[in-house]
Every structure is written in structure tokens, then in C-alpha cells.
Design a protein around this ligand. Sequence first.
Ligand SMILES: C[S@@+](CC[C@H](N)C(=O)[O-])C[C@H]1O[C@@H](n2cnc3c(N)ncnc32)[C@H](O)[C@@H]1O
Length: 262
Amino acid sequence: MLSYRHGFHAGNFADVFKHFILVYLLNHLKTKKPFTFIDPFAGAGTYPFEDKFMQKNKEYLTGILKVLNNKITDLYIKDYLDLIHLANNNKKISLYPGAAQFALLTLDKKDTIYLNELHSNEYLNLKKNFEGNSNVKIDNTDAYSNLTKMIASSKSQKLVLIDPSYELKNEYDKVLKLIKHTYSQFKDVCYMIWYPDLKQDKTQKFVDDFLNLEIENTNHIHIELKNTNLRMQGTGFFIINLLKQDKQNIDNALNELVQLFK
Ligand SMILES: C[S@@+](CC[C@H](N)C(=O)[O-])C[C@H]1O[C@@H](n2cnc3c(N)ncnc32)[C@H](O)[C@@H]1O
């Protein structure tokens, strides 16, 4: 039984790093048409601050609001922040967009956005938030069993975000198996895999095991912070099939973001 709700954490520092990279990739990959973004672990896709889950921990206060209240110089970070303002109709910030909403605001009408969420209530929220859009497809399945079907459903350039809740005991192993299996079938897809750094042996083991998969063109980004006031003391990503220039641009921007959270 799934109990995780992304609203407890939406807009925290890990979301900032994750969605900054996501927006960068969407903007750079969508130039190859047709283009599809797949979020198999989609959550509700948008998170109003007044939502009861958001109210509980208010992690956005030390996450995105910290960034919005500072002067930013990097142009790619500015692109990401512009979308947050746009999601709020350029008024006072009262919601944090999820990956689905960032994709909707970044992609063109002819691009496809494929969302999937297993939790039944969260799936209903996702549907309510996005079903009116003709280029959005929404499913309620187990991502671990259905990702290959989602990828095979169209012939296009694709970005796949692997962003599970890591709430199951064996979830790190499940992610490793999922990537190994999916990559063996679809080698030209760009995959972005997120993980939390809980300062536990299992984080290091996951990183080592992932790198031991020896998937070509795997880029590893690991961000350690101190005193975050959260259980999470950092975060990380594996990005498969990233161009060298994109890696450089992302690294430069991440350096600026990390300074804000130190
Ligand atoms: C970290 S949240 C997703 C956040 C979202 N990707 C974003 O960036 O806005 C992870 C979501 O995965 C869902 N989930 C967990 N296990 C799943 C599974 N096996 N299949 C599909 N969804 C799952 C959870 O219910 C949760 O809503």
C-alpha cells in the first residue's frame, strides 16, 4: 500500500535541483520532433501551497522560496524560475508545479506528455489537473511493469524521468532492474533518474550498483548539503545520453544553486 504523497515535499531543495535539470532537458531535447516526455511516477503534477499535504511540512519554504528570494545570474535557472511565475499567472507564488506542469508549460502542443501514477487518489488528482489537454495521456498502472509499453507506444525522441518515492524496502533494486531492462531495449532514450541522499549505506550502494551497470554515456550528479533540516542531506541524478555541452551548462547552473543552499 502506497502512503507517500509528493505534497509533503513539493518545492523542497531536491525538487528545485530535479526540476531545474528537467526544464533544461525538455527545452534542449524538444527541438527533435516528434518529442515525448514520459513521467511514469507522476504524482499530482501540481502542488498548491494551501493543499493539506503541502501545509504539513512546508518544505518549499527552505526550497524554492529561498531561490525565488535570491538574485540569480544563470540564464538556464532563470528559464526554470520563469515557468514557476507563469504557473502562478505571474502573481504571488501560491503553487509549486510538478514535472507534469513544467512539461506542459515547456513543450509544444504537438509534443506528447505521457503521465502515469499508481496511487489511486493521486491518479485522480493528476487526471483532474491535466485531462483537458489533448497532448497529455494519463495512466493508472505500475510503472515497474509498464514502462517499456509506455516507451514503445510511439516513435519519437523521448525523455523519461524516473522519480519514484523509494518507499518500498527493495525499491532501489527495483529501479536498478527497471533501468537495466528498459535501457537494453531502448538505448537512444534520454533517461533522468533521481535519488535522495539519506546519508545511509543504501544510498552509496545504490550509486555503486548503478555505476556497475556500465551503461554507456551515464552522467552522475551528486549534491551534498549540510544542515538541511530534512532527513535528506543531499540528492543525486543519473542522466543517460546527455550531450557534453549540456552537461557543462547544467553543472555551471547547479554550482550557483548549491551556493544558495549551503
Ligand atoms: C516523487 S513522486 C513524483 C513526483 C513527480 N515525478 C514530479 O516531479 O512532480 C513519486 C510518485 O510515484 C508514485 N508511485 C510509487 N510507486 C509507483 C509505481 N510502482 N508505479 C507508478 N507510480 C508509483 C507515488 O505514488 C508518487 O506519487
